[in-house]
Design a protein around this ligand. Structure first.
Ligand code: AMP
Length: 540
């Protein structure tokens, strides 16, 4: 017997077609790179995406060709996001904050043929263009009036290209398993690794992401992705929002609290970014006595969200926090901390404890924890182990690697350490390489850091293990002070109330700045190097 149902390839072009048909006039606002805040709609983004796809084919793009895109979050970027796969190409997101040699590596490794770039980022490309032999065309994402002078000859102007196209282009069709986008991992050790998303994985992932117990995104929302589209598949928001017909606000390149607040005032109900963005915004709101009247939900992930941030958003501003975990290799959604009924029943303080976890996985993501030899560990909320994932939008093999990134049963080692409660709520305790092992026991660097940043004068904290002759390793805390330098004894008192004596840091070191990766995470590798360069020694 054969199933009676139609073939319906899960291609991302279907998403933008759906938005244009069912939500054509839903507003999409954006701070343009040229300056002003503009308003457009799914109808117009769809129209421009089709014109841009036609233009790419006119320029010689063939199915499977890779187009590198270095651009901020703007409505124009949304048209490009759909135009490239709609023309049969592969959208390779480029993070302008990467070191030049990493950019050269990933552009050459993915074999990008064309490059798209916001005009303010052209200098980044100019410094490396001599090392990019495969690039044939560079399209500057602006209008004729803003085309920059450049040493690069024959730059193409995006608005000229699309203005020259008629309406009515038909999307390039194909199998749902065809590649659609590429994002490289941040590469804190070794070369960055390419994760190639398929049309199917992106569509299924966006459906899982929108579900009520995940982001719970709907056409009644106005969502502002502060997380750049070039981080971890843009947290899927460029797929999820048009899939449900949500209105969107694209914040452009201005990531200052003032800039973001101005965009939030456009009636944003939902927003998404890493914790550091929100710490700065909350401080700005406090200092200027401002409120967030339209904002209902904020999704915080990419790094552990301190309890103090959750409390402030929820108790002071009435904004529900959704703590989330994921990674580039998972498209990126792994878990979101929404409340199941058994959590809803809890007292508010106990719910806050749950919000220190990153929540539970959606359908299409399976998780397990194991010990170092691969034995499954219980979901008792206490036992910690290596976290593994499997799913419809989880990596199987990195681009051009000889071997799979999964074990024989198809499980991917996330590199994170976690415990899982009986309700399936995951607590991320560390990256496996960052966990502090003292006297045979594990100390969670994330838990130490989150406790330290609860002190009002601590702007940022990083806990690392320092080799110790008796205990193997002992934790120390590196701290960046806020406006006033915090009192060490106060921080220690805060920590003593939460941790056993042997888990407390042996030392607190002040630094003007903690090094970060290009995706804004604390780089413990560079931090260790910095301490070594200062000949740091544990106190005796
Ligand atoms: P990336 O692929 O660059 O987004 O990095 C993914 C990694 O970020 C994960 O493997 C985690 O180590 C970390 N991460 C993401 N979200 C969280 C979170 N909510 N809490 C703790 N770590 C997180």
């Amino acid at each position: 017997m054969q199933a009676s149902m139609q073939e319906f390839p899960l291609r991302v072009s279907e998403i933008i077609d759906h938005a244009a048909l069912l939500h054509p006039d839903r507003p999409v606002f954006g701070r343009s790179i040229e300056g002003p805040i503009l308003e457009t709609s799914w109808r117009e983004i769809h129209r421009d995406a089709k014109k841009f796809a036609a233009a790419l084919i006119g320029l010689g793009l063939k199915k499977g060709d890779v187009v590198g895109v270095m651009a901020w979050n703007t409505p124009r970027h949304l048209s490009v996001w759909y135009g490239i796969p709609g023309a049969g190409g592969i959208n390779h997101t480029l993070n302008p904050r990467l070191f030049a040699d990493q950019l050269v590596y990933i552009i050459n490794h993915a074999q990008d043929r064309f490059l798209m770039v916001d005009f303010d980022l052209l200098p980044v490309i100019e410094t490396i263009i001599d090392q990019l032999p495969l690039i044939e065309k560079i399209i500057v994402m602006t209008d004729r009036n803003h085309m920059p002078d450049s040493k690069i000859p024959d730059l193409l102007c995006y608005e000229d290209l699309i203005a020259a196209q008629p309406n009515g282009f038909d999307w390039v069709q194909g199998d749902e398993h065809e590649p659609c986008g590429i994002c490289y991992t941040s590469g804190t050790t070794g070369d960055p690794k390419g994760v190639v998303y398929s049309h199917r994985s992106n569509v299924l992932h966006a459906m899982a992401n929108c579900a009520a117990d995940m982001m719970g995104l709907s056409s009644n929302d106005r969502i502002m992705p502060v997380v750049p589209l070039f981080h971890a598949n843009g947290w899927s928001i460029a797929y999820s929002a048009p899939m449900v017909g949500a209105s969107v606000v694209m914040p452009g390149r201005d990531m200052t609290p003032q800039g973001l607040f101005e965009m939030l005032e456009l009636g944003v109900t939902f927003t998404a970014a890493v914790p550091t963005i929100w710490m700065q915004l909350l401080q700005y709101l406090e200092q200027n006595n401002l409120t967030l009247p339209s904002l209902e939900k904020v999704i915080i992930g990419g790094a552990s969200c301190p309890r103090s941030v959750v409390e402030m958003f929820q108790n002071k501003y009435g904004v529900q926090v959704l703590h989330a975990w994921g990674m580039t290799e998972m498209s990126p959604l792994g878990t979101i901390c929404s409340f199941k009924p058994e959590i809803m029943e809890m007292a508010p303080d106990n719910r806050l404890d749950i919000q220190e976890t990153v929540g539970h996985a959606p359908f299409s993501v399976s998780l397990k924890i194991t010990d170092d030899t691969g034995n499954d560990l219980p979901w008792d909320g206490k036992t910690q182990g290596r976290l593994w994932a499997k799913g419809a939008a989880v990596v199987k093999r990195y681009l051009k690697q000889e071997h799979d990134a999964v074990d024989v049963k198809g499980w991917f080692d996330t590199g994170d350490m976690a415990s899982i409660t009986s309700h399936g709520y995951v607590r991320i305790t560390d990256r496996s390489k960052d966990v502090i092992k003292s006297g045979g026991e594990w100390i969670s660097s994330i838990a130490l850091e989150n406790c330290a940043v609860a002190h009002p004068d601590v702007a940022e904290a990083a806990a690392i293990g320092i080799p110790h002759p008796k205990w193997g390793e002992r934790p120390i805390l590196v701290i960046v002070a806020g406006e006033t330098r915090p009192d060490i004894s106060e921080i220690m008192a805060l920590m003593a109330a939460k941790f056993a004596k042997w888990q407390l840091p042996d030392d607190i070191v002040f630094m003007a700045k903690i090094p970060h990766t290009a995706t804004g995470k604390i780089s413990k590798l560079l931090l260790r190097k910095k301490l070594a360069a200062q000949n740091y020694m544990l106190p005796v």
